[in-house]
Design a binder for this molecule. Structure first.
Ligand code: NDP
Length: 248
C-alpha cells in the first residue's frame, strides 16, 4: 500500500518502541521518514531496515528538550525532503514515583521531554505546515492522560498537558487545515518502564500489568497510520487503546 506516497513524516523518539514501529509503518505506507532521537546507532539500524524494504528515511540525532535541536530536526526534514506533512510527537519518558519521594530531577525530565519537547517540535513545524496549507500533528499521550494513579501524578500531569495542548492546537489550527490527533495507549511492551528507578513504583507496575498481555508497539503504529491515512476532511481527534485485559 502507498497511501502516504509523497508525504513526509517526522517521528520523534524513533530509536525504540512505538516511535520505531511508527517510522517503519509510515514508511511501508510510502511516506519519507525523518527518524529522530538521541541514540544514533539505534536510528542507523532503523534507517537500514527501512531502506532495505525500499523506503526513504534519514536519521536525525536530536534531543527534543533542546529547542535549537528541535528546530534543526525540522529544518533537516525540509532540506532533505522539501516539506513536513506529519509530525509524530512520540518522544517520552515515564519515571514513576510518589510525589512525596521528591525526585525533582525526574519530574523536570518528564516535563522537559513529554511537554516542552513536543512544543518545541510543534513550534518548529507549524510555520512550514501553514505555508503548505496542510499538516498533521500526532501527539502520543497515554491512558495516564485520562486517569491518575498513585506514583503516576507527575507523569499523568505531563500527559494531561499533552491532551490540553492538543485540543487547544486543534481549535487554533483548524482553519489552516492542520489536523491534530491524540493517541492514548494503555500498557505497551517497550523500554519505557525500564527507566523507572523507584522500587515502589516498579512493584506497583508489576502488580498492575504483570499478568496481562500488553499491546505491542505495532498496535499503536497501526492506529497512527489509521489517523494519518484518512481523507483531509477527516480529523481523528483522539484514539484510546488498551490491552483487552487492562482494567483502567
Ligand atoms: P521507549 O522508551 O521505547 O521510547 C521512548 C523514546 O523516546 C525513545 O526512542 C527515546 O530515544 C526517546 N526519547 C527520550 N528522551 C528523549 C529526548 N530527550 N529527546 C529525544 N528523544 C527522546 O517507550 P515507548 O515507545 O513506550 O514510548 C513512546 C511514547 O509512548 C512516550 O511518549 C510514552 O509516554 C508513550 N506511552 C507509552 C506507553 C507504554 O506502555 N509503553 C503507554 C502510553 C503512552 P533516545 O533515548 O534514543 O533519545
Amino acid at each position: 500500500m502507498s497511501r502516504l506516497e509523497g508525504k513526509v513524516a517526522v517521528v520523534t523518539g524513533a530509536s525504540s518502541g512505538i516511535g520505531e514501529a511508527t517510522a517503519e509503518a509510515l514508511s511501508r505506507e510510502g511516506a519519507a521518514v525523518v527518524a529522530a532521537a538521541r541514540r544514533k546507532e539505534r536510528l542507523s539500524s532503523l534507517i537500514e531496515r527501512i531502506e532495505k524494504a525500499g523506503g526513504r528515511a534519514i536519521a536525525v540525532p536530536c534531543d527534543v528538550t533542546d529547542e535549537e535541536q528541535a528546530q534543526k530536526m525540522i529544518l533537516r526534514a525540509k532540506e532533505e525532503f522539501g516539506r513536513v506533512d506529519i509530525l509524530v510527537n512520540n518522544a517520552g519518558v515515564m519515571l514513576l514515583s510518589r510525589v512525596d519521594k521528591g525526585l525533582t530531577d525526574q519530574w523536570r525530565q518528564m516535563f522537559e521531554v513529554n511537554v516542552m519537547g513536543l512544543l518545541y517540535a510543534t513550534n518548529a513545524a507549524l510555520p512550514m505546515m501553514k505555508e503548505q496549507g496542510s499538516g498533521h500533528i500526532i501527539n502520543i499521550s497515554s491512558v495516564a492522560g485520562r486517569k491518575v494513579r498513585p506514583t503516576g501524578a507527575i507523569y499523568s500531569g505531563t500527559k494531561w498537558a499533552v491532551n490540553a495542548i492538543s485540543e487547544g492546537l486543534r481549535q487554533e489550527l483548524l482553519e489552516d487545515d492542520i489536523r491534530i490527533t491524540v493517541i492514548e495507549p494503555g500498557a505497551v511492551e517497550t523500554e519505557l518502564a525500564s527507566h523507572i528507578t523507584d522500587e515502589d513504583a516498579l512493584a506497583e507496575q508489576r502488580r498492575r500489568f504483570g499478568t496481562i498481555e500488553p499491546l505491542q508497539a505495532e498496535d499503536i503504529a497501526a492506529a497512527i497510520v489509521y489517523a494519518a491515512t484518512q481523507p483531509s476532511r477527516v480529523s481523528v481527534n483522539e484514539v484510546l487503546i488498551r490491552p483487552t485485559r487492562q482494567a483502567n
